[in-house]
Design a protein around this ligand. Structure first.
Ligand SMILES: *Cc1c(COP(=O)(O)O)cnc(C)c1O
Length: 394
């Protein structure tokens, strides 16, 4: 089996599993309890907070544990929007290719009377700080722009965007779920006010994430209950998951540079191999992308069918399409970078990890190439293109 879907989730690292097991055996108390067992758990939770803070250049008081990246995104956006509304600011700037955790939350706010402006994405897969600067108005309460895109792996200029927001005194949130562990994060130097992380995207446990909120930003409590997370997020804390997430984040951050070199070499070989397939195109730029991300469109191929053929050969990958309400809608990300719906339907995302090998990359190239050929041979649309009845797009 070859696992090349690390943007969807990762296997927990041995270090994270060990940290969780130890925590479950030794610091299993309720951190709110005043007795010894509870206080041991409270100390463990605080140490997880400190270690995660250290990895992103924050203070432990600025770290809030959540149930994952989705909750962190929702919390950041709803908080900033509601805070803005108190001052009559109801304009929010974001991009057309954010994760659904951001886009669907913004859609909810739109129904509540907020004005959401989604910036166009350049075909290279990014948005410039100038676009952000041009969109900010006197009544803008929030800019939310992702650090790296989960589908095409493009990297956005968060530091510059953050500088623009700082200058215009607008809160800046970034979804850094895909960036964590692969790209450096320093909230201070990068002018980030709020940032979302998810444990399971970097070999930590699922169901835990972090919202970083800088000093001066008070995330509004979304749940009514106890006084956990300094009164901002009620509910007994998931201490083992917090410990697992801290261990995993420390590990990926410590090996970031080594992993990056290895991944770039795997990624570039995979891109070169798949580029040899006729009428195929890489989504996003060659270099300005996450070190493990490869995203392609193949003309005359249905992404889902390609995935099934690859799965049959033991290769786990992903396509850009998401099955929504019975109809197969092409990915909003690929449409945002200007792919036609037809081409966007033929997408394939392969996301590698430092555990993947050059042999696996060679096998993926062979399998994709043969599968694309097989699917095209069965496609009436492809026959029309070959015979010249319909034009090639790629
Ligand atoms: C996975 C992902 C999320 C959601 O994180 P969960 O922990 O699975 O809720 C949000 N944003 C991006 C960019 C992601 O890749």
């Amino acid at each position: 089996m070859i696992y090349a879907d690390h943007a969807a989730t990762t296997k927990m690292s041995r270090t994270a599993m060990d940290a969780m097991r130890l925590c479950m055996e030794e610091t299993w108390g309720n951190p709110s309890s005043l007795h010894d067992v509870g206080q041991k758990a409270a100390l463990a939770l605080w140490s997880a907070r400190e270690r995660i803070a250290a990895c992103i250049g924050a203070c432990p008081e600025e770290i809030y544990f959540t149930s994952g990246g989705t909750e962190a995104d929702n919390w950041a956006i709803l908080s900033a929007a509601h805070e803005g509304a108190k001052k009559g600011k109801r304009h929010i700037v974001s991009t057309a290719f954010e994760h659904h955790a951001v886009l669907n939350c913004l859609q909810k706010l739109e129904k509540q009377g907020f004005e959401v402006e989604l910036l166009d994405v350049h075909e290279s897969g990014t948005v410039s700080w100038r676009q952000v600067a041009g969109a900010i108005r006197a009544d803008t309460c929030l800019v939310t722009v992702m650090y790296a895109n989960n589908e095409i792996g493009s990297i956005l200029p968060v530091e510059r965007i953050g500088a623009v927001c700082r200058e215009k005194k607008v809160v800046f949130h970034t979804d850094a779920v895909q960036a964590a562990g692969y790209l450096p994060i320093a909230v201070g130097a990068q002018n980030i006010d709020m940032l979302s992380l998810s444990g399971h995207k970097f070999h930590g446990p699922k169901g835990i994430g972090v919202l970083y909120a800088g000093k001066g930003i008070v995330p509004e409590p979304l749940l009514a209950g106890g006084a956990q997370e300094r009164g901002r997020r009620a509910g007994t804390e998931n201490v083992p998951a917090a410990m697992g997430m801290a261990a995993a984040l420390e590990e990926v951050c410590a090996s970031m540079e080594v992993n990056r070199k290895k991944l770039v070499s795997l990624r570039d070989r995979l891109i070169a191999g798949l580029s040899a397939i006729p009428h195929a195109a890489l989504n996003g730029e060659r270099s300005n992308r996450l070190p493990g991300n490869v995203s392609f469109c193949f003309e005359g191929v249905e992404g889902e069918s390609l995935l099934l053929l690859l799965d049959g050969r033991g290769i786990c990958a992903s396509s850009g399409s998401a099955c929504t309400s019975g109809s197969l809608k092409p990915s909003h990300v690929l449409l945002a970078i200007g792919r036609s719906p037809e081409v966007a339907h033929g997408s394939l995302r392969l996301t590698l990890d430092a555990e993947n090998t050059q042999e696996e990359v060679a096998e993926i190239c062979r399998a994709v190439s043969e599968s694309v050929e097989r699917l095209r041979a069965m496609s009436p649309l492809w026959k029309d293109k070959v015979s010249g009845k319909k034009p090639f797009v790629l």
